[in-house]
Structures are given as structure tokens and as C-alpha cells.
Ligand binder design. Structure first.
Ligand code: ADP
Ligand code: MG
Ligand code: MG
Length: 255
């Protein structure tokens, strides 16, 4: 059982215009076994939250805290975050020329668990996970992210999730660019990880479509860098009908 606690988080980013505040007092608690959806209009800071949890150097935390089981996540290196049980898709480089998927996964697994997995079980596990995600076995010999289609990138992300077995995963717009079949396969992968390992999920999305396949226990609406409303799955349905308009007017006025 793990708890990721985000308390009153303030984050800025450096732009040409100077230092811009993006997250303005965001609080959120995610436990293993729970699925939280963060929804919000474009530019509300959803990806900034994901990058900040991942430890991306572009984002500066100016206030608040992120802890995992009481340990200071913000003091951890990116590697330490992964070893602590956080899965952050963004931490993995865009393209790694000369590194095959199979070697990359084994290196990542070794880094996360602190020891190399036995070749025999590992090969079996990779094969099984790729089969689960309906991936061509040839995919394992391709270079990481080189020429991957949008759908292949997402599947590769979920393949990592299945094999690395983290405590808590942050998935940012995992639904973007997927057709319905790929969305179902990717969602099944997340649901398998939830069922098998009790994974906690922070699912960041602009659209409700993926929530038909990955059911959230909690829905948080994020506007202008903070959570403005929270509820259960019914909140997502309401957003599907009404959009974000009723949140945007007061935010625009106060800006
Ligand atoms: P969302 O994911 O909800 O669409 P983002 O976190 O991507 O929102 O962006 C929130 C705001 O922060 C936007 O106005 C965006 O332009 C700005 N922003 C985010 N990251 C950067 C960055 N690296 N450089 C400059 N501006 C950024
Ligand atoms: Mg965006
Ligand atoms: Mg985003």
C-alpha cells in the first residue's frame, strides 16, 4: 500500500516573458488501488503536474510538497522516483538510437528493481505482455521510439507499465491519437495492472472517452493550476454533457 500526496503545490516555468506560475496550490492524494482522473481544459496545467511529478528540470516547485509514503519525492532524482514505485511515462526519452525495445526494457527493469531479472522468466514475461497488448514480436527488436506511430508509443508505454510493476502510475493523455481498438487494448493493459498489482492510477485527460474503459474512482477538475471541483465518476459524465464552461467564466474574471 502506497500513498502519493501532493500538498498545496506551486510550480513555475521560465518563458520568454519571465517566470510564469502554472500550478497555484494543487492538492491531491492517490493511494494504490485507486484510479483518479484529472480533467481540465487545455492549458490548465495538467501536463505540468505530470512533468513535475516526473522531475522534469524545466519546472520549478516554488511551494508545497509531493511525498510518497512520507518520503520527499521532490528531493529524489528521476531514477530514485522510479525505484520508489512511481511510473512516469514522460521520464523515458523520446528516441534512443541503437537501443532496442527489449534491451531498454531489461535495463529499465534492472534499474527499478535493483537486480537484473533472470533471462528465462524475463523473456517469457516480455513475450506474454507483448501478446497481451497485441504487439508484433518483431517490435522488440526495434529501436526505442524510432519511427514509432502514436499508437505504438502508447503501447510501448503500457508495456513498460506491465513489466515494471510500479505502485502508482501517472498517465498523461494516454488516449490521445488512439483509434478505438488501440484505446481498448491500452485500457485493458492498465486494467490488468490494476487487477494484478493494485496499481494506483493518475489518469490525465481532456476527454471522457478513455473513462469508458478505465473507470475512475475519483474525478478532479483542474482549471488555472488548481483543483476546482472533485467528485466520483458522475462528474465525468456531467463534464461530457456540459464541457468546462461553467468553470472557465470565474477563472477568466479573476485572471
Ligand atoms: P495542459 O496539459 O492542461 O494542457 P500544460 O501543463 O501543458 O496544460 O500548460 C499549462 C500552461 O503552462 C500553458 O499556458 C502552457 O503554455 C504553459 N507551459 C507549460 N509548460 C511550459 C514550458 N515548458 N514552457 C513554457 N510554457 C509552458
Ligand atoms: Mg495541452
Ligand atoms: Mg497536457
Amino acid at each position: 500500500m502506497s500513498v502519493l500526496e501532493i500538498r498545496d503545490l506551486h510550480v513555475t516555468v521560465e518563458t520568454d516573458a519571465g517566470t510564469t506560475p502554472i500550478l497555484n496550490g494543487l492538492s491531491l492524494t492517490i493511494r494504490t488501488g485507486e484510479t483518479h482522473a484529472i480533467m481540465g481544459p487545455n492549458g490548465s496545467g495538467k501536463s505540468t503536474l505530470a512533468y513535475t511529478i516526473a522531475g522534469h528540470p524545466k519546472y520549478t516547485v516554488t511551494g508545497g510538497s509531493i511525498t510518497l509514503d512520507g518520503d520527499d519525492v521532490l528531493a529524489m532524482t528521476v531514477d530514485e522516483r522510479a525505484r520508489a514505485g512511481l511510473f512516469l511515462a514522460m521520464q523515458y526519452p523520446v528516441e534512443i538510437p541503437g537501443v532496442t525495445v527489449t534491451n531498454f526494457l531489461r535495463t529499465a527493469k534492472t534499474a527499478v528493481s535493483g537486480e537484473a531479472p533472470s533471462i528465462r522468466t524475463w523473456t517469457k514475461d516480455v513475450k506474454q505482455s507483448m501478446k497481451n497488448l497485441r504487439m508484433d514480436p518483431k517490435f522488440a527488436q526495434r529501436n526505442v521510439n524510432e519511427g514509432f506511430s502514436g499508437g505504438e508509443k502508447k503501447r510501448h508505454e503500457i508495456l513498460q507499465l506491465e513489466l515494471l510493476k510500479p505502485q502508482i502510475a501517472v498517465l498523461d493523455e494516454t488516449d490521445s491519437g488512439l483509434d478505438v481498438d488501440a484505446l481498448k487494448i491500452v485500457s485493458e493493459g492498465v486494467n490488468r495492472a490494476k487487477a494484478e498489482t493494485g496499481l494506483g492510477v493518475l489518469l490525465i485527460t481532456h476527454y471522457t472517452r478513455i473513462l469508458r474503459y478505465i473507470h475512475p474512482d475519483f474525478v478532479h477538475v483542474m482549471v488555472a493550476g488548481r483543483v476546482v471541483e472533485e467528485g466520483g465518476p458522475e462528474l465525468a459524465e456531467r463534464l461530457e454533457d456540459e464541457g468546462y464552461d461553467r468553470f472557465l467564466t470565474p477563472a477568466a474574471e479573476s485572471a
